[in-house]
Design a protein around this ligand. Sequence first.
Ligand SMILES: Cc1cc2nc3c(=O)[nH]c(=O)nc-3n(C[C@H](O)[C@H](O)[C@H](O)COP(=O)(O)O)c2cc1C
Length: 183
Amino acid sequence: MENVVVVYKSRTGFTDGYAHWIAEELGCEIYPLENVNLVNFSPFDMVIFGGGVRAGKIDGIHFIKKALKSCPEKQLVVFATGAAPQEDTEAAKRIQQGNIPANVEIPFFYFQSGINYERMKGVDKLIMSVVRMIMRGMKEKEGSDQMVQAMKNSYDYSSRGDIEPLISYVRNWEDSSLLIADR
Ligand SMILES: Cc1cc2nc3c(=O)[nH]c(=O)nc-3n(C[C@H](O)[C@H](O)[C@H](O)COP(=O)(O)O)c2cc1C
């Protein structure tokens, strides 16, 4: 798809992985957020942005806020990757509400990823050890022991199949834009 572009921000590789799966599936261009200054966005009608979740915030989400102002005619789509389980729809809803302005309609998709200590920077490693410590103290919270154990080591629950709803959304959008153009 020549009129679609994927832009992503990734620190430890999970969003990078999902972004490349999406671009491959759609046959579209893809750029890391660090390179967007060099990109001419005028040929694209849809911009798909993805970032990892850090303490509830989607990394690089300022890109979307800027895009809303500078190119309001573009269709924007956001996806986030995080450690919260794919089936935890409440967590996904909280991420959406905490990052996407309520007064705009931007389709949002959440993909479970994991934790990668090997590629994590020192500050993030420190934050994660504090999070584990806090969770260890939350004895009364059901499942927290299990989560602390799971978070001790790197893991990866990324799954290419999870991008399906986003891919379907983009294909339907493309079909309906073609229908409008044909009229
Ligand atoms: C400092 C830090 C904070 C995080 N906070 C959250 C969080 O609030 N919710 C969540 O689901 N995952 C959280 N995670 C897990 C990341 O969202 C997950 O590893 C993500 O896929 C990272 O994306 P990236 O590798 O593309 O940067 C956190 C990870 C780190 C290192």
